[in-house]
Design a protein around this ligand. Sequence first.
Ligand code: AMP
Ligand code: ZN
Ligand code: FE
Ligand code: FE
Length: 293
Amino acid sequence: MNETPSEPVAAGCCDMHLHSVFSDGSETPERIVELAVEAGLGAAVLTDHDTMAGVPRFLAAARAAGLRAMPGLEISADVPGRTVHMLAYGCDAQEPRLAAALERVRSSREARNAEIVAKLVRLGAPISMDDVRAEAGSGVVGRPHIAAALVRKGFASDRGDAFGRFLARGAPAYADRYRLAPKEAIALVRGAGGVAVLAHPATTGYGGAELRAFVADLAEAGLGGMECLYSGHTPPQVEEYVAIARDLGLAVTGGTDFHGANKPNIKIGIAYGRLRVREEAFDGILARLPRFE
Ligand code: AMP
Ligand code: ZN
Ligand code: FE
Ligand code: FE
């Protein structure tokens, strides 16, 4: 058999936004490294929600595979009525203040999840926390796992339906949780030796002058970069975000927000197929890490 190996789809590129079983992704850190190597990526960063528990395994697997990597994390920040996520690169997971803040965020999640489940019971969709935990394995439990439990128990047709009818902000089973203010997150990340990057700016709902002012304020507080390249961004959005980043002296980063089977249309390194993030984006963050100064 004469099989020509297919050209790796994302040679010379990186993916700086990846989720594993340690939060709401379906794949292990080791499997993600394999997929990254198969795609031809030169560098990758695991950015699980509110935890760096998967990072040591990711770094070890990456080292063994010759893939460049650094510690990563994604923090959901508190801006009322908006979705503001902060990516953190290069943090020391042992730094006490960051570790304590993440611990507080995670324990607030547990209380919030229980509140959602109690609301679901009252709404006639009786699932239990055990059902939810069964979907999450040992990772950080979030609404995607509650959605999966609702689908498994037949109370929703798919995860989108579960969010739309029960779990989305404003839906009847929604409950909020403790979040760090964006500037608080930035300070903690920097205090732990890392660089803070505003994730997928489109989801903030801000655009134009409002977005620019929002990001400028964060930049003054120490924001180091902006995830201009992202699976869901349109070309005009990318252009707008890159211009803002340039003007404010922020690093331009990018990633897919890979979640494995939990977001099956998003492929590592290429998202829906067209995204490519040059490895220079990874280097741009490395260059901003204090130990490289
Ligand atoms: P949590 O951090 O537990 O509040 O869950 C947030 C996660 O739920 C996000 O990262 C998304 O993956 C997912 N999510 C939020 N809103 C929706 C929605 N409307 N439809 C589908 N998934 C959503
Ligand atoms: Zn997620
Ligand atoms: Fe996010
Ligand atoms: Fe994410």
